[in-house]
Write a protein that binds this ligand. Structure first.
Ligand code: SAM
Length: 234
């Protein structure tokens, strides 16, 4: 399967294993991952956010229930919401999630915005688990004909140690633990030296660390900076 599919499958496998009820996809783009996630029966609330509202609008009707969905007696109630908004801005409707995915998003942000993203996602939204994926620049030498970044819109591509430094700082600042993994394997003899094509960090909030955050959160004003584009209840 393509790398794109492997990344989404990674999230699907996580959801199958951990059964989160509230799941958000930050930088959901064409809603491809959401369209797969809606078949995960454990999910009760599924939210997508992207700064590019036009991209969401083009594909969002694909999230509407199929007539056959109503014939499935095992379907639990599912609510889906899509928002136009930036991951660098807070929105109270995105707090309290079990899982937030951010697939191939951070490399599209200027580094100063990555800081805002970290504080909004880990500090403010403070979900129980987070999956972040981004290109591993060490793998680029194995991609034929590639000069520069993999995509012209990328603001940076990190090697494993750069990704690790960012992730460990996030853990330290906001009370999370992280495991590093990835998808897209290098040939056998280069696995260690190059790493995965896509690097992935799986973060878990350390027990109790959301307490001070919640107390802090209750004092701050509720902010609603995202625009609701689509909402449906199955
Ligand atoms: N996550 C999707 C996937 O796995 O296919 C899309 C990845 S695409 C490479 C990056 C997405 O991030 C684009 O849809 C873009 O509009 C979105 N994006 C870029 N900056 C953003 C921001 N500040 N806030 C929210 N989304 C953003």
């Amino acid at each position: 399967p393509s790398l794109h599919k492997q990344r989404h499958q990674f999230v699907m496998d996580f959801v199958t294993k951990h059964k989160p009820k509230k799941v958000a996809d930050m930088g959901c783009g064409e809603c491809k991952l959401l369209k797969q996630l809606k078949f995960q029966r454990n999910i009760e609330l599924l939210v997508g956010v992207d700064v590019n509202g036009a991209k969401i609008k083009k594909e969002m009707y694909g999230l509407a229930p199929l007539s056959t969905d109503y014939l499935q007696p095992t379907y639990e109630q599912l609510h889906i919401e899509l928002y136009q908004g930036s991951v660098t801005q807070r929105d109270a409707r995105l707090r309290g999630f079990d899982l937030v995915a951010s697939i191939e998003l951070i490399e599209h942000l200027p580094l100063t915005d990555v800081e805002h993203f970290s504080s909004v996602l880990f500090g403010y939204m403070s979900p129980a688990s987070v999956i972040v994926s981004t290109p591993n620049s060490e793998f680029n030498k194995l991609l034929p004909g590639l000069t520069g970044f993999r995509n012209s819109d990328h603001k940076f591509e990190w090697n494993r140690s750069e990704f690790r430094s960012w992730a460990l700082k996030v853990c330290w600042d906001y009370g999370y633990e992280v495991e590093f993994t990835g998808v897209g394997e290098a040939p056998h003899n280069q696995r260690e030296s190059v790493g995965f094509c896509t690097q992935i960090g799986v973060f878990h909030r350390v027990q109790g660390s959301d307490l001070c955050n919640r107390l802090h959160g209750s004092e701050v004003e509720e902010v609603f900076s995202y625009t609701l584009l689509y909402s449906i209840t199955y």
